[in-house]
Design a protein. Structure first.
Length: 583
C-alpha cells in the first residue's frame, strides 16, 4: 500500500470516522479531527481566525492527506484570498493548477431577491456539486454563512434552506466546514446552525489588560469524546497552533541519568553528579546575584555535550546576554553559530500567558532541545495573577517532563508579598530549588548559595559563597567566625590569619626540630668519643693480656728445658729415645 493511500484512510475513534485537519493540536483536542463526511460549524467574532482555520483545513488536506478541496467564498475573491494566506506559506494558485483546490467566489445580490421574492439554494447546490465532481473533492468550506442568507428576512424559509444545505452536504459525503459570525445571545446570528451541525467550534479573540489572546473551545461533537476546555491558539507564519492542555497527564517517564549544571561546586552540592535529566530546577534570588550566569553555565554545559538548548529570554536581548556572559569566560556565540543554542527573546507583554505557553510549546516542538531555560519567570506577573502564572508553569513543566527535557527557571525575588508567593508557589512544582542571596557583612555585599531542596538525591544543607570570576563560577566554603558567617574580604582576612598562625606554628616546630637535631648531634658526638675511648682501653687490656700469655708460654718452655738438663738429656739423646720407643 502506498503512502498516499495510507493517508486517505479515515481515522477511527470508536465507531466514528474522522478526518485529520493537520492543524497542530486541534486533532489531539478533537480526538482525531473533524467528523468525516459531516458538516462542522466554526463560529466567532470578526478577526478571531475563522477563515484562516478553514483554509488551513483545506490546504492541509490537499497537501498532506491527498484530499482535494473546494473553498466557496461569499466575501473575498480568489485573488484576495490567495494574497492573504501567502504569508503563511500557502500557495493557493499552485494547488489550483494541480487540481487539488478549487476556489469559487459567490456573490449574493439582495436586490435580486427583493425583486423576485424567491430564495432557493438549488443554484448553489448545482454550482457546488460541479466544483466537487470536477476535482473529486473530499473537503468543502463555505465562508461565511451570513452572506449567503443576508438578503433573506423570512425566518421560515431561512431555516428550511439552512437544513437543506446541511442535508445536501451530508448526502454528498464531503467533510465540510461552515463559518459563521457570532450572534447576540447565541453562537451564530441565525441561531440554528449550531443545532444542525455535528461539530461546533467556537473561536474567541479577547483582550485582557490590553493583551490579545485567541482561544478555541469545542462546544459540541456528536458521537465522540473531546476536550471541553478553552485552548489558546497562535497564528503565525506557520499557520495555527493549538495547545491541547487536557492531554497533559501525570504519567510521565523519569530518568535516572544525571546532567551537570556547568558549575562543579554546585554539582558537588547535588551529590557530585548534578541534576536528573528531564527534571526542573528553579534558581531564585535578588537582582545581581548571578541567576542568569547560572542559567548561561547550564546552557553552555549542555551545548558542550552536543545537546540542543533553547533559551527563552524575557529581559535581555540575545546579543546582550552573549556579551555579558563573555565577561565570565563563557562564549555562547559559538554555540549559536553551531546551531546548538537558540535564543527566543520577547517581552512578557507581547502576548498573554496562554499565548506565551503556545509560542514556547511550538518552539520546543520545532527545535527539539534537551535543555530549556526560561529567564525569568517572575516577569509573567505583569500580565497575570500568581495563580494564573502557576497554572501556566504547571502545564509547561508537565509538557517538558513528557518530552524528557531538562528545564531551568530563574525567578527574581523582591521584598513584596506577590513575588514571594510566586517564588514559593513555583518552588513546589520543580524538582530542585537553588536560592542565591546577598550576604552583607563588614561593609561588603557578597553572594551565598543554598540548595533549598532537591528531590530524589542527596544534597548539601550548607551555604556556599558564590563567586563570579573572569574564568567562570565558583563555590567556596564560607568561614564561621565569632560574629557569624564570613565572606569576601572578611573570609580572606580569616584565611590570612589562619595561614599566619600556621606559619608561626610551623616556625616554632622548626625551631624545636633544629634544637633536637643539635642535641642529638652533641649526644652522638659524646657517644662516639666514649666509644673510641672504650676501644682504646679495650686495646690496652688486650695488649696486657697477650703479653701475659706470651710470658707464660716462654716461662713454660724455659722450665721444661731446665728439667731436661737436670736429667742429663741432650737434644740428640732425646731424639734417639723417641725413635727407639716408636720401634
Amino acid at each position: 500500500m502506498s503512502k498516499s493511500q495510507k493517508k486517505k484512510e479515515p481515522v477511527l475513534y470508536g465507531t466514528l470516522p474522522k478526518a485529520l485537519t493537520g492543524i497542530t493540536g486541534l486533532d489531539e483536542i478533537t480526538g482525531g479531527g473533524l467528523p468525516l463526511g459531516r458538516p462542522t460549524l466554526i463560529c466567532g467574532e470578526a478577526g478571531c481566525g475563522k477563515t484562516l482555520m478553514s483554509i488551513e483545513f483545506i490546504v492541509r488536506g490537499a497537501v498532506q492527506y491527498n484530499e482535494p478541496g473546494v473553498f466557496v467564498a461569499f466575501e473575498e475573491k480568489s485573488d484576495e484570498l490567495a494574497m492573504n494566506v501567502a504569508s503563511l506559506g500557502f500557495d493557493l494558485k499552485k494547488l489550483q493548477a494541480e487540481n487539488k483546490l478549487k476556489i469559487d467566489h459567490v456573490h449574493i445580490d439582495r436586490s435580486e431577491i427583493e425583486e423576485t421574492g424567491e430564495y432557493d439554494l438549488e443554484g448553489l447546490f448545482i454550482r457546488l456539486g460541479y466544483a466537487i465532481d470536477s476535482i473529486g473533492a473530499k473537503r468543502v468550506v463555505l465562508d461565511t454563512l451570513e452572506n449567503l442568507f443576508s438578503g433573506l428576512d423570512n425566518q421560515a424559509v431561512l431555516r428550511t434552506e439552512l437544513r437543506r444545505l446541511f442535508t445536501w452536504l451530508k448526502e454528498k459525503g464531503v467533510t465540510a466546514i461552515i463559518t459563521g459570525e457570532r450572534g447576540e445571545g447565541s453562537l451564530t446570528r441565525q441561531g440554528l446552525e449550531e443545532y444542525v451541525s455535528d461539530c461546533v467550534i467556537l473561536l474567541d479573540n479577547r483582550v485582557v489588560n490590553q493583551i490579545t489572546t485567541r482561544r478555541l473551545r469545542v462546544i459540541k461533537y456528536r458521537g465522540t469524546v473531546h476536550g471541553t476546555n478553552e485552548y489558546p491558539f497562535l497564528i503565525d507564519e506557520d499557520g495555527i497552533s493549538v495547545l491541547p492542555v487536557t492531554s497533559l497527564k501525570m504519567a510521565n517517564k523519569v530518568s535516572t541519568d544525571r546532567v551537570s549544571t556547568g558549575v562543579s561546586g554546585l554539582d558537588n552540592m547535588l551529590g557530585g553528579k548534578g541534576l536528573y535529566r528531564g527534571g526542573s530546577v528553579l534558581v531564585s534570588g535578588t537582582a545581581g546575584t548571578g541567576k542568569t550566569s547560572l542559567a548561561a553555565s547550564f546552557a553552555n554545559e549542555a551545548c558542550n555535550r552536543k545537546e540542543k538548548c533553547v533559551y527563552f529570554a524575557m529581559e535581555e536581548s540575545p546579543n546582550q546576554i552573549i556579551r555579558n556572559i563573555r565577561s565570565i569566560g563563557i562564549d555562547l556565540q559559538k554555540h549559536v553559530d553551531s546551531g546548538l543554542l537558540y535564543f527566543n527573546a520577547s517581552r512578557p507583554n507581547l502576548y498573554g500567558l496562554e499565548m506565551h505557553l503556545v509560542a514556547m510549546h511550538k518552539c520546543i516542538k520545532q527545535y527539539k532541545p534537551s535543555v530549556v531555560i526560561i529567564d525569568p519567570i517572575t516577569n509573567f506577573i505583569n500580565i497575570g495573577s500568581v495563580s494564573e502564572v502557576k497554572n501556566m508553569l504547571v502545564r509547561m513543566i508537565d509538557f517538558l517532563q513528557e518530552e524528557q527535557i531538562s528545564v531551568m527557571f530563574t525567578a527574581l525575588s523582591l521584598n513584596t508579598i506577590v513575588n514571594e508567593q510566586t517564588d514559593e508557589g513555583v518552588s513546589s512544582l520543580v524538582d530542585a530549588w537553588i536560592l542565591v542571596r546577598d550576604i552583607e557583612f563588614n561593609g561588603e555585599r557578597n553572594r551565598g548559595l543554598y540548595v533549598m531542596k532537591s528531590r530524589g538525591m542527596k544534597h548539601s544543607n550548607q551555604v556556599r559563597e558564590f563567586i563570579i570570576t573572569d574564568t567562570g563560577l565558583q563555590l567556596v566554603d564560607v568561614y564561621l567566625g565569632p560574629d557569624g558567617i564570613l565572606t569576601g574580604s572578611a573570609r580572606e582576612q580569616q584565611m590570612l590569619l589562619e595561614r599566619t598562625g600556621e606559619a608561626i606554628r610551623s616556625s616554632a616546630v622548626n625551631r624545636k626540630d633544629r634544637e633536637i637535631i643539635r642535641k642529638r648531634k652533641v649526644l652522638e658526638a659524646k657517644i662516639a668519643s666514649l666509644h673510641t675511648e672504650f676501644e682504646s682501653v679495650e686495646e690496652e687490656l688486650n695488649k696486657v693480656y697477650l703479653e701475659e700469655e706470651l710470658k707464660k708460654e716462654i716461662l713454660n718452655k724455659n722450665r721444661e728445658e731446665v728439667m731436661r738438663m737436670r736429667r742429663g738429656e741432650t737434644a740428640e739423646n732425646k731424639e734417639k729415645t723417641k725413635t727407639s720407643r716408636k720401634k
